[in-house]
Write a protein that binds this ligand. Structure first.
Ligand code: KG4
Ligand code: ZN
Length: 421
C-alpha cells in the first residue's frame, strides 16, 4: 500500500539540509577524504569516487575508487552538435546507472539500504524538474545504502545550463539523502588540476604557470602565480577551438565530435609525406596580434569556401583540408602560448581540455618549447583523460574542500558562463 505522506513544506529541503551541512563540516579535519564527483556540463554524464589525502603538492595523493562515464556523443552525432535539451534528457536517464557503475567499481554496491522513506519522498521537490531522475533515484536509494563518502563535488559551470542543472539537482538530492556537504566546482579548473597530476600524485612544477585551455566551449590562456588563483590573459572572440574542429568536420560530412576525425585524417596526410595542403592554404587569424586573444570563425569560413570550391569532395581533399586546418590551429595556439611563456617567464605550461588530446598540438608544442630553448615544464593530461570526465571534478573538489569551500545547497546554481578569474 502506498504510504500517505504529510504535506511538504516549500523549503523543508534546504532548511534541513543546512542543519546537516553545519554538523558535517568536520570532515575536512580527517586524514583522508572520499569525494564523489558529478559532471554533466556538456554531453558526458560522468561520476567518479576518489579517496584523497594530504595537501597539494608535496603530501597529496589519491586513489581512484571508481570513475565512469556515459557519452551522448553518438546521440548528438545525428544533429552534428550538442542540443542542450537533448543533453539534459540524456543526463536524466544516465545519472543513476553511471552512479551505480562507479559504486560497482568501488565495490560499494552491497551497502544495505538505509535512507528513510520520508527523506526519499522529500527529494521529489528537489528533483521536481527531473521527474524521471527522481523515480530512478528513489528506486536506487531503496536498494543501496550510503557509501563511505565525505563530500559531493559537482560542476556548476561553465557549460550548458540545462545540462548543468541536472547534475546539480542530482548532487543536492544525494547530499541531502546521505547528509554530506557539497562543493561546487569550476569545470575549467577541473581540466587544470587534472593536468597537474602525475598518476596518483601531484606533478612537481614551479610558478608562474600559464594554462592553455582548449575545449569545445573554451580557448583561453590563463596565468597563475599561485595554485588555484587565476588571471585571464586572453580568450577566443568567437568560436572555441574544439567548436571549430567540430564545425569543420561537419562541413566535410564527418560525424560529431569532429576533433578526433580531423586529427585522424591529418595524420593520414602526414603519413603520405605531406606537410601542407595541396589544395590551398587557410588563414592563421590573430596569430601576430599583440594580445592573447584568439579567433577561429574565420578559419571555419575559409574551410567552407574551400569545400565549395573543391566539390565534389574526395577523401584526398578531406585529408588535405584536415591537415591544413590542424596546422593552422596548432600554429596559432602555439604562437600565443610561446608569447605568454616569454612575457611572463612561465616556469610551467599546462594544457587542458578536450582538444589537448590532439596529438599534433601536443607534439608541436613540446617541440617548439624545446626548439626555442625555454626551460618551461609542459604538463599535458593523458589523452584519455583530456576530454571531460568526473575524475577532474573530484580532484578540484578535494582541493576546494581543503580550502573549506563548501557551499550551501541553495546557493549552488548553474552558471553557464562561469569564469575562472
Ligand atoms: O573538454 P571537452 O571534452 O568538452 C568541453 O568542455 O567542451 O572538449 C571537447 C572538444 C570537442 O570539440 C572535440 O572535438 C575536441 O574536444 N577534441 C579534439 C580531440 N579530441 C577531442 N580536438 C582535436 N583533436 C582531438 N584529438
Ligand atoms: Zn571540458
Amino acid at each position: 500500500m502506498r504510504k500517505i505522506l504529510p504535506p511538504r513544506r516549500a523549503h523543508s529541503f534546504s532548511i534541513r539540509h543546512e542543519k546537516w551541512m553545519n554538523r558535517r563540516l568536520w570532515v575536512i579535519t580527517r586524514r583522508t577524504m572520499n569525494i564523489l564527483a558529478i559532471e554533466t556540463s556538456c554531453d558526458e554524464t560522468a561520476i567518479a569516487l576518489i579517496e584523497a589525502r594530504g595537501s597539494f603538492p608535496e603530501s597529496f595523493s589519491c586513489t581512484v575508487l571508481g570513475n565512469s562515464l556515459l557519452s551522448q556523443a553518438q546521440m548528438h552525432a545525428e544533429f552534428g552538435g550538442v542540443f542542450p535539451n537533448v543533453a539534459k534528457r540524456e543526463h536524466q536517464h544516465a545519472l543513476v546507472p553511471v552512479l551505480q557503475e562507479t559504486l560497482r567499481q568501488a565495490k560499494l554496491l552491497d551497502t544495505p539500504a538505509d535512507t528513510p522513506e520520508n527523506v526519499i519522498s522529500e527529494l521529489e521537490s528537489a528533483l521536481e524538474r527531473e521527474p524521471e531522475l527522481f523515480l530512478n533515484l528513489a528506486q536506487f536509494l531503496r536498494s543501496i545504502g550510503k557509501p563511505p563518502i565525505d563530500a559531493i563535488a559537482v560542476t556548476h559551470g561553465p557549460g550548458l545550463e540545462p545540462a548543468l542543472w541536472v547534475g546539480i539537482n542530482f548532487a543536492k538530492a544525494l547530499a541531502y539523502a546521505w547528509h554530506v556537504p557539497l562543493i561546487p566546482v569550476n569545470h575549467m579548473e577541473g581540466h587544470i588540476v587534472l593536468s597537474a597530476m602525475n598518476h596518483d600524485r601531484a606533478a612537481r612544477f614551479d610558478m608562474p604557470l600559464v594554462s592553455l585551455l582548449i575545449s569545445g566551449g573554451h580557448t583561453e590562456l590563463v596565468l597563475s602565480h599561485s595554485w588555484l588563483e587565476y588571471r585571464l590573459l586572453g580568450q577566443t572572440r568567437d568560436d572555441a577551438v574544439g567548436e571549430a574542429f567540430d564545425k569543420v568536420a561537419r562541413l566535410m560530412g564527418l560525424p560529431y565530435p569532429g576533433g578526433p576525425q580531423i586529427s585522424k585524417l591529418a595524420a593520414a596526410a602526414r603519413a603520405e609525406g605531406h606537410e601542407s595542403s595541396a589544395f590551398g592554404a587557410l588563414p592563421r587569424p590573430m596569430m601576430t596580434t599583440p594580445d592573447y586573444d584568439f579567433s577561429f570563425s574565420g578559419i571555419k569560413t575559409a574551410v567552407r569556401r574551400m569545400v565549395e570550391r573543391l566539390q565534389p569532395l574526395t577523401d584526398e581533399h578531406k585529408r588535405h583540408i584536415a591537415l591544413e586546418f590542424e596546422n593552422a590551429v596548432a600554429e596559432v595556439l602555439i604562437h600565443k602560448t610561446l608569447k605568454a611563456i616569454e612575457e611572463f617567464e612561465a616556469a610551467t605550461i599546462i594544457v587542458g581540455g578536450g582538444v589537448s588530446a590532439n596529438e599534433h598540438i601536443r607534439t608541436q608544442l613540446a617541440r617548439s618549447i624545446k626548439d626555442y630553448g625555454y626551460q618551461t615544464k609542459l604538463l599535458i593530461p593523458p589523452p584519455d583523460l583530456a576530454t571531460d570526465n568526473a575524475l577532474m571534478i573530484a580532484l578540484a573538489g578535494y582541493f576546494r574542500a581543503e580550502m573549506k569551500q563548501f557551499a550551501d545547497p541553495k546557493d549552488i546554481v548553474a552558471r553557464g558562463n562561469l569564469a575562472l578569474a
